[in-house]
Design a protein around this ligand. Structure first.
Ligand SMILES: Nc1ncnc2c1ncn2[C@@H]1O[C@H](COP(=O)(O)OP(=O)(O)OP(=O)(O)O)[C@@H](O)[C@H]1O
Length: 309
């Protein structure tokens, strides 16, 4: 089920939390929603899931507007809210049964779905405990299980891996990736490697506005600008190598990374690559090129550039 967000706006008193944003999410896509604290991620997710009303703009899910109550779209959506509200006095199994029945799962299937979710979310050892007795990570797993219990076509997950241990993080990321092959998934996170590991596309929001929208590679390319290469060239005098690299007609600048290690950083001119020229230079001078690494812009740097102001 595709989601289309059109000119969505939400204000709280004088503050505009979400400011005229538009984007699409397609079936079979995992969209990573990034942004600093207070950027408007949770507010957007709450509007998509119908948890809060829309003030301006519209959201279409499978072509139908969420503003029309007769469309009854909530059954297609699984939602893990940011603070993962749970009934602490209920045992895990009872809670999942309750959530399943609220979602309209029939009694024949409910036990099967609960067993599946207990397995998928690693809750087997804790399934008879009251939720209030569970550790933070296990509560998060219960929140994920309730979001998925009715096998929804759309999953909206607000910081799904918060509080999970490293093993479970890897399992949940894999699960999200697998689910994302068939479903529509939107997840918010502050963990940037998580976005790279899980998401097909990244949306960065800052102060209620979208400031970036694309695959990690596209965002890198946009931020990267000129080619930057890290080189180690051995069997030659460092100063002579530096001078010769500077003379290449594709090179804009050359700096030492570590002079005594013959390590250099070469920046090429716009739209140019220097790899072949560097290789040929080394052959001609009988120097040995032992390292040539393209330097990629880190997602952290892209995020900081777009959101620090
Ligand atoms: N119920 C509310 N009443 C007043 N202001 C609110 C309310 N909910 C959110 N806000 C404000 O709207 C802005 C966006 O909040 P939101 O929770 O959407 O941000 P977020 O991107 O999810 O942040 P975080 O990463 O910290 O969870 C914030 O400045 C917040 O204080």
């Amino acid at each position: 089920m595709d989601i289309q967000i059109e000119k969505l706006t939400k204000t709280y008193g004088p503050q505009t939390a979400v400011n005229d944003i538009s984007f699409d999410v397609k079936t079979g896509e995992v969209l990573g929603f990034l942004g600093p604290n207070g950027a408007g991620k949770s507010t957007t997710m709450k509007m998509i899931t119908g948890y809060i009303g829309i003030e301006k703009g519209d959201i279409h899910i499978g072509g139908k507007s969420v503003t029309n109550p007769s469309n009854d779209l909530k059954k297609h959506i699984g939602y893990l809210p940011e603070n993962n509200p749970l009934y602490l006095d209920m045992p895990v199994m009872d809670y999942l049964e309750f959530c399943g029945s609220l979602q309209g799962i029939d009694t024949l299937n409910i036990d099967k779905r609960i067993r599946e979710m207990i397995g998928v979310c690693g809750l087997n050892r804790e399934k008879h405990k009251k939720i209030g007795e569970l550790s933070k990570g296990y509560r998060q797993r219960v929140g994920l299980a309730q979001a998925m219990i009715h096998d929804p076509e759309i999953l909206v997950l607000d910081e799904p891996t918060t509080g999970l241990d490293p093993n479970q993080i890897i399992e949940i990321r894999k699960l999200i990736r697998d689910l994302g092959k068939e479903k529509t998934v939107i997840l918010s996170t502050h963990i940037l490697p998580e976005v790279e590991a899980t998401c097909d596309r990244i949306l960065i929001i800052n102060k209620g506005k979208i400031v970036a929208n694309g695959t990690p590679e596209t965002l890198r390319k946009q931020a990267q600008g000129n080619e930057v290469l890290k080189l180690r060239i051995e069997d030659g005098d460092a100063d002579l190598i530096l001078k010769s690299l500077k003379e290449l007609n594709t090179v804009q600048s050359v700096e030492y990374v570590q002079q005594n290690q013959n390590l250099f950083e070469v920046q090429s001119l716009a739209e140019q690559t220097s790899k072949r020229h560097i290789f040929n230079l080394c052959v001609q001078k009988k120097w040995v090129l032992t390292e040539l690494t393209p330097m990629e812009t880190k997602l952290e740097d892209i995020f900081r550039n777009l959101t620090v102001n």
